[in-house]
Design a protein around this ligand. Structure first.
Ligand SMILES: NC(=O)c1ccc[n+]([C@@H]2O[C@H](COP(=O)([O-])OP(=O)(O)OC[C@H]3O[C@@H](n4cnc5c(N)ncnc54)[C@H](O)[C@@H]3O)[C@@H](O)[C@H]2O)c1
Length: 331
């Protein structure tokens, strides 16, 4: 048998290491677990969590103990140098992600699993994606709803013609900040639009307490309503409505996935329950997918800053910085 792949984790916070315990109390825990990066690595055949790292040594040691990792570090470069990792999971906040990706590439990792969003500017996202591509490194992004089997099964039903030609997608995401939550909304819409490129975006964001100065939007404004027009004609609407539902509206009916699979409703007869994560399909994407996702989010900000105008993609301004108020709650 071949040696297990050597995984390392940097960022031993909630999504990196600690969230599984909390998720156990969720009604859909069976669908979501394992939830943390460390928990997922440990549950994956052929993978070994050989080291974890956090600038907070207590967090690193606690994560190592919780998930059975033999080594805990406070410096990612030291972990990368000593551990000869095949795969690095990056679960820090956004600001730290770029330097960690670059360091991992310089240390010769073969694959990266990066949390979302990729960066706080599109120019950083462009540069990171080019660096990942240049090194030929496998890339997986934290927009994970597309790996849930329920969405695959529903997409098959749409493709089989159950609701006729798909016209529009509605993603209900609650009142949620742009970079913190909506990489997920944009990605699930993109998934159902057949991964077609987005042509234009229009958005109404709640700028609230965000400060805008020059090329900096200091904040992470929630989406009230945003629309994406995909090449090929499918439209998607993201709306600040409770539930987490994803609705697919076709010319001959509609399908609704409630709360990531609690229920699948069809406007015509059949309905059923689809649960469980997709384990048997390659999760690999390319870093440019993350840039495309992020460009849609930045176009929403540009639309709001431009008084709600429709914004065409690709975006000419790559230097807008959305801080996410790092150190505050978000991104
Ligand atoms: N995909 C998802 O469903 C999902 C869910 C939750 C969070 N996230 C994303 O994951 C990221 C992390 O969120 P969180 O809530 O787990 O954050 P968190 O603050 O709980 O954890 C981040 C950890 O990274 C550590 N850290 C920061 N800089 C570091 C460095 N240079 N080297 C090593 N460790 C470092 C911090 O000390 C902290 O322990 C966010 O960007 C968020 O958007 C994704």
């Amino acid at each position: 048998m071949s040696e297990p792949l050597r995984f390392g984790l940097v960022g031993c916070g909630r999504i990196g290491a600690t969230a599984d315990e909390r998720v156990k109390s969720w009604p859909m825990a069976g669908v979501w677990l394992p939830y943390s990066h460390a928990g997922a690595v440990v549950a994956t055949p052929g993978a070994a969590l050989v080291a974890v790292c956090d600038v907070d040594g207590t967090a690193a040691r606690a994560a190592a103990a919780l998930h059975g990792a033999p080594a805990a570090y406070t410096d990612a470069a030291e972990m990368l140098t000593r551990e000869r990792l095949d795969v690095l999971c990056i679960a820090t906040r956004t600001r730290e992600r770029g330097p960690l990706i670059e360091s991992a590439l310089a240390h010769g990792v073969r694959a990266l699993y990066c949390e979302k969003p990729l960066s706080n500017t599109l120019e950083d996202a462009d540069r990171l994606a080019a660096a990942v591509r240049e090194k030929g490194v496998c890339f997986v992004y934290g927009t994970k709803r597309r790996y849930m089997p329920v969405y695959h099964r529903v997409r098959e039903r749409v493709r089989a013609g159950e609701i006729g030609e798909l016209v529009s997608i509605v993603v209900k995401s609650g009142v949620a900040p742009l970079l913190w939550n909506h990489p997920h909304s944009v990605d699930i819409a993109t998934f159902f639009a057949g991964d077609a490129p987005a042509e234009s975006v229009q958005a109404d964001l709640d700028l609230g307490e965000s400060q805008i100065e020059g090329d900096t939007l200091d904040g992470d404004p929630p989406i009230r309503m945003a629309q994406i027009r995909f090449s090929g004609g499918v439209g998607a609407t993201i709306v600040a409505a409770d539930s987490g539902d994803v609705e697919l509206h076709g010319r001959a009916g509609s399908l609704c996935v409630r709360a990531d699979g609690a229920e699948v409703r069809v406007r015509r007869p059949a309905s059923g329950v689809d649960l469980g994560w997709l384990l048997d399909e390659s999760a690999e994407r390319v870093a440019e997918d993350a840039v495309r996702n992020q460009e849609i989010l930045f176009a929403m900000a540009e639309s709001e800053l431009g008084g709600g105008r429709r914004v065409a993609l690709p975006l000419p301004r790559r230097g807008l910085r959305i801080t996410g108020r790092s150190g505050h709650l978000y991104a």
